[in-house]
Write a protein that binds this ligand. Structure first.
Ligand code: ATP
Length: 330
């Protein structure tokens, strides 16, 4: 189990990590998500003992990474964003060296190295010099090094960067298979990857934890204040008239779609379900409702909502203003 308590990291005057706290349980895949510069690599480097924190504590299976680094590091395999590979070694030599450093017992080294090479599909390049390998193969050698000795906790910083789509699928499958026995933590910019692979997501923005939940719950949380979208066979002014009398609509935007068809997006008050009222109001006024659906909030939207900066917000607002004619509060 990993416990991160009140972690702070300052680079000069710049606070890269700002009072970050979380726990990670055994046997799950955790995704670390955040925009560029959010503090993912810094956090991972502190968790693995590569970097000291300004304040706070990291406990790996109860061992403080700063006070008992040897004991704590025994439980961790780490693939940093830039794997520290020795370019003039062959793949076998490098893994041999890594196994020795990690204290894998001598009699088990050969079989352990064979096993990780098989898992990461690098057996065919084992006699090649690392400097002559493609980026994708180098990444897999880094991954082989991280899982060597099969530590309880495997931490992977952007594990699929530089891989081709086929290799990405293979590495994701490997990550999933590792989670049967190990806790896996991975950072990624790729939402689809995190969505697909991880049981739990931690979203960080500007060094702070802004959300931590399962992918489904994150989407569900946003969906609880679901907007309703409708298409009607009426002019915009007529649609606004009908909407005026419907209770629990906090805000609406109405837009002419094509001749005689109007689209509207309705935001309910206090997360209320307004679909029935909307349907009945339009039926009563004999205004045909062509579609009525709740807008599904994707993980992408959740991510943007939680991490967006002012520029993005402004850009979206501008785009919306161009497209939409607001009816304002009803
Ligand atoms: N050695 C350093 N000296 C000064 N500032 C640093 C240093 N390393 C990181 N930073 C700053 O700390 C913040 C967090 O950086 P970090 O690399 O942890 O983010 P990240 O989420 O991993 O980003 P990316 O996805 O781009 O790798 C950034 O603002 C970055 O510029």
């Amino acid at each position: 189990m990993i416990e991160v308590k009140n972690l702070v990291k300052k680079y000069g005057n710049h606070t890269a990590i700002n009072r970050l706290s979380f726990r990670m349980e055994k046997g799950k895949i955790y995704g670390f998500l955040g925009p560029n510069g959010a503090g993912k690599s810094t956090t991972m480097n502190i968790m693995t003992g590569y970097l000291g924190a300004t304040e706070g504590q990291v406990l790996i299976n109860g061992h403080d990474i700063l006070k008992e680094p040897e004991e704590a590091k025994k439980h961790i395999g780490y693939l940093p964003e830039l794997p520290p590979l020795y370019m003039d070694m062959t793949v076998s030599e490098y893994l041999e060296f890594a196994a020795e450093l990690k204290g894998v017992p001598k009699e088990k080294r050969k079989s352990s190295i064979e096993e990780v090479m098989k898992l990461t599909k690098i057996l065919e390049v084992k006699r090649r010099l690392i400097k002559n390998l493609s980026k994708g193969y180098r990444q897999r050698v880094g991954l082989a090094q991280a899982i060597l000795g099969f530590p309880d906790i495997i931490i992977l910083d952007e594990p699929t960067v530089g891989l081709d789509p086929k290799q990405i699928i293979e590495i994701r499958e490997l990550i999933r298979s590792l989670a049967k026995k190990h806790t896996v933590i991975l950072s990624s910019h790729i939402l689809a990857e995190v969505r697909e692979v991880c049981d739990y997501i931690l979203i960080i923005s500007k060094g702070k934890l802004v959300a931590s939940d399962t992918p489904d719950n994150l989407e569900h949380r946003m969906n609880s204040s679901e907007a309703v979208e409708i298409e009607t066979k009426a002019e915009a002014s007529r649609v606004r008239e009908v909407l005026k009398d419907i209770q629990d609509i906090k805000e609406s935007s109405v837009k002419k779609q094509t001749d005689g068809i109007t689209y509207a997006r309705l935001l309910p008050r206090d997360g209320k379900d307004i679909r029935e009222n909307v349907f009945l109001a339009f039926a009563e006024q004999k205004v045909p409702l062509l579609t009525l659906k709740t807008e599904h909030v994707s993980l992408e939207t959740v991510f943007m909502e939680l991490t967006q900066n002012e520029n993005i917000t402004k850009l979206q607002e501008m785009e919306e203003r161009e497209e939409t004619e607001y009816a304002g509060d009803l």
